[in-house]
Every structure is written in C-alpha cells, then in structure tokens.
Write a protein that binds this ligand. Sequence first.
Ligand code: OSB
Ligand code: MG
Length: 389
Amino acid sequence: SRIEAIELHRIEVPLVRPFETSFGRETVREVLLVHVRTDAGDGWGECVAGRDPFYSAEYVDGAASVIERYLAPALLAAPSTAPPDGEEGPGRRGASLPLARSLAGTLGFVAGHRMAKGALEAAVLDAELRAQGRSMGEAFGAVREWVDCGVSVGIAPTLEELLDEVTGYLEAGYRRIKLKIKPGWDVVPVAAVRELMGRGGLLQVDANTAYTADDIPLLATLDAFELLLIEQPFAEEDLATHARLAAACETPVCLDESILDAATAVDAIERGSTSVVNIKPGRMGGYLEALRVHDACRELDVPVWCGGMLETGLGRAANVALAALPGFLLPGDTSASDRYYADDLTEPFVLGEGEHRGQLKVPDPPGTGVTVRPELVRDWASRRPVQLA
Ligand code: OSB
Ligand code: MG
C-alpha cells in the first residue's frame, strides 16, 4: 500500500484556563493536524509541537515546514509496501502494519524532527488500522480497558488559586496530581498541596529543566513530601546532573525531555539518571518507537507513564490506547477533554464513574477510535490547509 495524498491543517483551540510552566504561559493551543489518504483509506494524526520552541527545539511552524519541504515529498515518492503478512506473534507486534513501519526508513534521511515524523506516523497508523478494522489498543497490545488518569497543574498566580484548582481536580476524581514547579514556586506549593491531599495521595512535580546542579540540596528537601517522582529538573542534554540528584535524594527522578528514543532511555537508566520514564510518543517520533521504549523499560523493570502535550481528543485517543500497556504502572497526564477544552476536536473524553472514577476508557473502534469533527477543523483554522499530492 502507499500514501496518495497528505493534507496539513492548522487550528487554534482556546484552553479553558491558561497553562503556565517554567518555560512559558499558553492560553491557546496551536495544533498541526495531518490528514493522510492511502490507497486503503484515510487517517488523522496530531502533531504535539507547541507554538514556540521552548519545551523542545521543535515548534509548530518548523514541523509544518519540514513536512511540506522534506517529509511529505519523500513519503509520496516512496514505493508501495507489501500487504500485511498476518503473522502477529509475540515479538512481532506491528508486523501487520507495513506502511506505518516503513516510515522510519523513508524519513530517516531527515535528522531529528521527531514531532513532525510522529504526526505523520500517527495518521498512517490510523489509516492502516481503520482499513484492517483494528483498534490502536489491540495493535499496541493493550491489557486493560480503562486507564488511570492524573492531571498536570500549571503554575498558578497565587497559592490560593492553586489549591482551588487542585481541589476541583480531586473532586472530579483524578487519581494523581502533578505540579509544575520552577525556582521560587516549589517547596511552598508542594507543601500546601501535600497538606491538602493528605499522606498517600499521589503527587509528583515537573520542573521542565528549570534548575541547575546548584539546586540539588533544595530539590532533595522535597523528599519530605513523599512525591512519586520529580520530572526533568535539569537540561535535556544533562544526564550527569540527573544522576547526581538521584544519588542525593530518595524521590525517584523521571526524565521527559531527555528521552528521545529507546536507546536514550536505556542509556539514561543505566547511568542512574532516571528510574521512571515519561513516554510521549510525539517526542519520540511516534507510537512504534514509544512501544520500543515501553518494552525496553519493562525489560529493565523501570515503570513508565504516559505524558501529554495538551492534545486534542485525536492525540489523546492514541495516548490512552498506549497507556493500556502493561508497563504503564503510574497514572498518566491523560486527562479528560474538559480539563483542556470547552469543545474538543473529537467526541469528548469523559472520566468514568464508580469503579472507573478517575479513569478513561480505551477506545474500541478501528484506528484511533475517534472521529475528527470536520466543521471544527474548518471553524478553528488559523491558516489555509496545505495539500500535498
Ligand atoms: O512537560 O509534561 C510536560 C504540556 C506541554 C508541554 C510539556 C508538558 C506538558 C504537560 C501537560 O505537563 C500534560 C497534559 O496534560 O497534556
Ligand atoms: Mg514534563
């Protein structure tokens, strides 16, 4: 099978409340959507790149440009792949996804740009699975029908507002709270939220690279709050300082930005820089690499959890399917649609009730299992669509 056409859509979706991190404040998410048409049907993918190159070197204009100039032309020129061989045994997961699996080779001539490549792969996976009538959960190897959800809470203007926001999420049923921290917004808000949640409530922090080695003693004082983990305190390239912190504190250190693929995950684990891994498929170039990271971590007995990038329902659907794999042992940043958006791009994700309080259901239908609402793609467009064929 082969890709016949690729369409890029740019939309702007307002967030229900500003999201502030150590690297900036967002009120709107600018999203690049990829719509691919193959000879077997079509599929949609969401790019996780942000408006600005602050979380990562990648950003949405750059992703759109590299797809338009390099990646899409290569895919459109690639030879047709052989049909699935139907042998999906253990260790051969993905054998029946020849088109999606061919992308890494076809796109390997472009260095980096994992978020752009990941968006293309997501769209191709959706198309290929829809054509086969299989869901992402089934193809990835999901072992549960519902996944535990946490929520990532931005830096707030005041402590009082932070506590109100966290209280709302706890009342909604979220099973874990993650606080964004930065120098000057760390020990005090963490202490206040620990007090609010009581001992045993699942709490973790994410610094998005805002600290330096000089802050190791300060970060070690967070041990007092029995956090699940501390996420990415230092620079993306700086595995050594993460290993020094891990040796100096009890709280597990978790890497996000530093984990680019399965090889960097294994390297970071072996160096003692991380003992928990945040898996974000978009950052790793796609779901197929994310599966390899999951498998490699599982082999090393390192728990993983599913991160998020404020995805719409489209990206969320695939993340929820991934989070149903056996190595995902901590609640993810896979929150319900209404934590982000008043109106979602797809049918909304809603937290379950009763025994499924604080969980999201893994979609069953083929592909992502959700439907992109075409009128919203049109109404929310911030640029003209780009047609590549
Ligand atoms: O570091 O995990 C992060 C959002 C955008 C960029 C980076 C991060 C985040 C989040 C939000 O923490 C996770 C989510 O709810 O999607
Ligand atoms: Mg993070």
